[in-house]
Design a protein around this ligand. Structure first.
Ligand SMILES: Cc1cc2nc3c(=O)[nH]c(=O)nc-3n(C[C@H](O)[C@H](O)[C@H](O)COP(=O)(O)O)c2cc1C
Length: 208
């Protein structure tokens, strides 16, 4: 059975542009893959902890030497890692905030990018440890960053590509919508849905 890990991070809830698009993807994926399982998480409702001295010390302590207190602190990170390991396809809804990812999404990355869990430096070179995963990222922004001088201001796509590749996820597709008025948002969301329709066969074929 294939598993889709569906993660949203919009702070806008009902007015979100990314969320209806991730839901559209998840519904289409389920239709194409009826026996598939979907695991859903909204990062804004996940009470993600920020990294602090205790958590970082815990990350750098061998599991057999962790105190009960450290184990409790690492529990959230361990749960997030288990979700990633158990899924075949990742679906991330990521709005652009201040040219980059929302703070909750950065907090999520800080909890999943872990030495000897999702990456290693064995042999002196970095190696991503998540293998055979597919990632679809649905982003939304006010402006259009697809070309011209604005392109250099998009720190969402290059950053998410870099960090996910670092942990081993190299099959990454971006679907984007943008706009500051309902007409533009509707038009680019329609285009995004067409792009999603084209992606679904690959997202299902990838799992087996
Ligand atoms: C706090 C905040 C910061 C934003 N920063 C940017 C930005 O840097 N560039 C941009 O084009 N749009 C920016 N926007 C607009 C959002 O990217 C846009 O509303 C998008 O639809 C957000 O996705 P969502 O609707 O799924 O939350 C920002 C919106 C908010 C609320």
């Amino acid at each position: 059975m294939s598993t889709l890990l569906h993660i949203d991070s919009s702070g806008k809830s009902a007015f979100s542009v990314t969320q209806p698009l991730t839901v559209y993807f998840a519904e289409k994926w389920k239709q194409a893959n009826p026996s598939g399982k979907i695991v859903y998480r909204h990062l804004g409702e996940s009470n993600l902890q920020f990294l602090n001295a205790e958590v970082i010390t815990g990350f750098n302590t061998p599991s057999e030497k962790l105190s009960d207190e450290q184990k409790t602190l690492l529990k959230q990170s361990d749960e997030l890692l288990a979700e990633l390991e158990n899924a075949d396809v990742y679906l991330f809804g990521i709005p652009m905030y201040n040219f980059s990812v929302p703070a909750v999404f950065k907090a999520y990355l800080d909890l999943i990018v872990r030495a000897n869990k999702t990456f290693s430096f064995a042999g002196g070179a970095p190696k991503g440890l998540l293998a055979n995963k597919k990632l679809v990222v649905i982003t939304a922004s006010g402006a259009d960053y697809s070309s011209g001088p604005a392109k250099a201001m998009d720190f969402v796509e290059p950053y998410v590509r870099a960090i996910m590749t670092f942990i081993g996820v190299t099959d990454i597709t971006f679907v984007k919508a943008h706009g500051t008025n309902p007409e533009a948002i509707n038009a680019t969301s329609k285009q995004a849905k067409r792009a999603i329709d084209e992606l679904i066969p690959q997202a299902v074929a990838n799992r087996a």
